[in-house]
Design a protein around this ligand. Structure first.
Ligand SMILES: NC(=O)c1ccc[n+]([C@@H]2O[C@H](COP(=O)([O-])OP(=O)(O)OC[C@H]3O[C@@H](n4cnc5c(N)ncnc54)[C@H](OP(=O)(O)O)[C@@H]3O)[C@@H](O)[C@H]2O)c1
Length: 267
């Protein structure tokens, strides 16, 4: 399914994107990794052997840059056949402590970044008669979590977009996958460990934190099986299932955990 395919991965230089790149390289894919930091991209390319890996420095939040990069890369390397939108950023903190700029930044990268890449890839998929888009959202795109006002909003937006695109693009043989992992170890999570609110930790760490390679394997297996909604990890699936099917029970459990750990913003 992946052998010889042109697979473009935003955020391919780190965390889940990097794990996916490693696994897909072993399966014979032609990879194109996009991110902002050239040095990180080149390091991953070298680690993967380099032969079938290209990189591109691109800020997904900039629509003109994304469109220009996609056109240029497709002309030089061949059109994308699979697009994996993994680029993303996080911010955790009390709503009252989060600056408005942070809400814009997360929305610009997590939501609009995904949207820009889908729009830029679409003409190539249409010309080929089909394609596949894998949007890495989050369990925080299906259930709200304490401290993630900016992050969950951006991921709920990714989920909404993906839900609509799944239905709209399927008749054109463009297949959507929505990936909603719970927390997994990655530079993103390590970067926010300090200063994380106790309430966020109490709620989010109800579910065991996964390793990125386990999440990547679940993504690849889900795509291979043609699954639309991919939720890696049994406990995450159970928690999301409970939160969505019996929401008042999920809310009562969350409220009890917050009640025990509550510290709140500084007055
Ligand atoms: N880790 C978790 O617990 C978790 C849980 C659920 C969902 N997710 C989602 O999974 C995805 C991957 O997360 P991760 O944990 O693997 O994070 P990560 O290790 O921090 O990797 C994020 C990647 O995105 C790239 N990126 C960030 N902003 C970008 C921009 N504006 N333009 C282009 N590339 C950009 C980064 O490279 P540069 O900084 O060089 O651009 C990096 O390659 C994200 O969408 C995240 O929200 C993560």
């Amino acid at each position: 399914m992946f052998e010889g395919k042109n697979i473009w991965i935003t955020g391919g230089s780190s965390g889940l994107g990097r794990e996916l790149a490693g696994m897909l390289a072993k399966r014979g894919a032609n990879l194109l990794l996009l991110a902002r930091d050239r040095a990180k991209l080149e390091k991953v390319k070298a680690e993967l052997g380099g032969a079938r890996v290209e990189t591109s420095v691109c800020d997904v939040a900039d629509p003109a840059a994304v469109e220009a990069a996609f056109k240029d890369l497709a002309a030089r390397k061949g059109a994308p056949e699979v697009l994996i939108n993994s680029a993303g950023v996080i911010r955790e903190g009390y709503f009252e402590d989060q600056r408005l700029e942070e809400f814009h930044r997360l929305m610009n990268i997590n939501y609009f970044g995904t949207l820009h890449c889908v729009r830029a890839a679409l003409p190539f998929f249409k010309a080929k008669g089909g394609g596949r888009i894998v949007n890495i959202a989050s369990s925080g795109g299906l259930l709200g979590a304490f401290g993630y006002a900016a992050y969950c909003s951006s991921k709920f937006a990714v989920v909404g977009l993906t839900e609509v695109l799944r239905a709209e693009l399927k008749p054109q043989n463009i297949i959507l996958h929505l990936v909603c992992p719970g927390e997994f170890h990655s530079p993103m999570v390590e970067g926010m460990t300090e200063g994380r609110t106790p309430e966020n930790l109490a709620v989010v760490h109800t579910i065991p934190v996964l390793e990125a390679d386990k999440v990547a394997r679940a993504v690849i297996a889900g795509v291979e099986k043609g699954q639309y909604l991919i939720i890696p990890g049994r406990m995450t699936r159970l928690t999301v299932g409970l939160g969505r099917s019996i929401p008042f029970v999920g809310r009562a459990i969350v409220d009890a955990k917050i009640g025990k750990s509550y510290r709140g913003p500084k007055r």
